[in-house]
Design a protein around this ligand. Sequence first.
Ligand SMILES: Cc1cc2nc3c(=O)[nH]c(=O)nc-3n(C[C@H](O)[C@H](O)[C@H](O)COP(=O)(O)O)c2cc1C
Length: 415
Amino acid sequence: MPIFQNPWFETVAEAQRRAKRVLPSSVYGALIAGSERGTTLDDNLAAFAELGFMPHVVGHHGERDLSTTVLGIPVSMPVIVSPTGVQAVHPDGEVAVARAAKNRGTIMGLSSFASKSVEEVTAANENTFFQVYWTGTKEQMTRRIHRAREAGAKALIVTTDWSFSNGRDWGSPAIPEKLDLKTMVKFAPNVLPHPSWLLRYAKRVEIPDLTVPNLKEPGQDAPTFFGAYGEWLQTPPPQWEDIAWIKEQWDGPIVLKGVTRVDDAKRAVDVGVDAISVSNHGGNDLDTQPATIRVLPAIAEAVGDQVEVYLDGGIRRGGDVAKALALGARAVLIGRAYLWGLAANGQAGVENVFDILRGGLDSAVLGLAHASVHELGRDDLVIPAGFERASGGGDAEAREPVSATSSPRTKDPRY
Ligand SMILES: Cc1cc2nc3c(=O)[nH]c(=O)nc-3n(C[C@H](O)[C@H](O)[C@H](O)COP(=O)(O)O)c2cc1C
């Protein structure tokens, strides 16, 4: 970063530009992620731009309430941290994100593939939700779930939408299994052009360790990221009764993350989860599934108030948060937005991202002449014909069951 650059940034797009400058290309590429053509990755963003606001000219409220609750926990605004299993972005990693979330009055979502332990993260933010995949034996899963409960996690996020699709038309980043001297030398051309990133670790006499402490077995070292991925790949995928089994082990609130179909949303209600996140894993899973904001309305309508409904995927502005709420979400989860902030400026960068989202949400609530986020509704939006999608039930006729629409991201100048 040039010495004269103000560390504060005004949009998430600027945070992303700074992240690109700061991070080695392999780490930056791992955050872009996406799969195959990147159609879903793009559609998650493009769909928000297709929705328009219909503001009022007079009658705005001088005071606006952005607060809500998520699974009974009061939050200052309807934006919480989505779990991301990423490594080497910043030496403080998820602890910095958890502190930023706490300082901005909201909830931390911690991935079981994260670089910091659940104990460190719950110590930084008592309102932490711990995320699990269906990986390993039932004994291992039970141990991990109980560990998270003992650490004080308030809810369990169960992510089951992963289908191991791999390969990206624009190429996947090279990521080492672990960082030792030999690998450091090999990756030097990738790392040396990014001295400020290197300095962050060098100042602490540390190198990124690329292990996943939350999957550590008693008496063993924490597995590497790739070791953990291998275990997951070999685990037979979960069935609906397994979700019920997880609920028994956890004995607390559960969020099922990755719902995109109406029939799955209804099954989730039937097995007794407390919340669902309408999510396509940020466009990293099966490509060409539609943007989450397109499938949200049918799902929200189908489940009503039987469970809380969240959305994640493509949130980059406070206006996006308002649009998601207007179409039926109680809250949103953010992924890359906070990762860009973390890369750009550590904990302060994540706080900066929350402030941007808060400001944009407040502008939308003001312009739409509401006093509270709970008043946002469909009437606030211009929804183009054919915008929505539905599968597995819902008002499918009105919502054309077709896939994502945007063009291949390989030509996108942003990247
Ligand atoms: C680099 C990266 C790693 C992720 N790792 C996880 C993970 O470990 N567990 C999980 O449930 N979701 C994971 N996700 C998905 C996010 O929780 C979230 O669904 C997604 O990032 C939302 O889209 P957005 O990045 O456009 O906000 C990951 C996403 C990214 C970009």
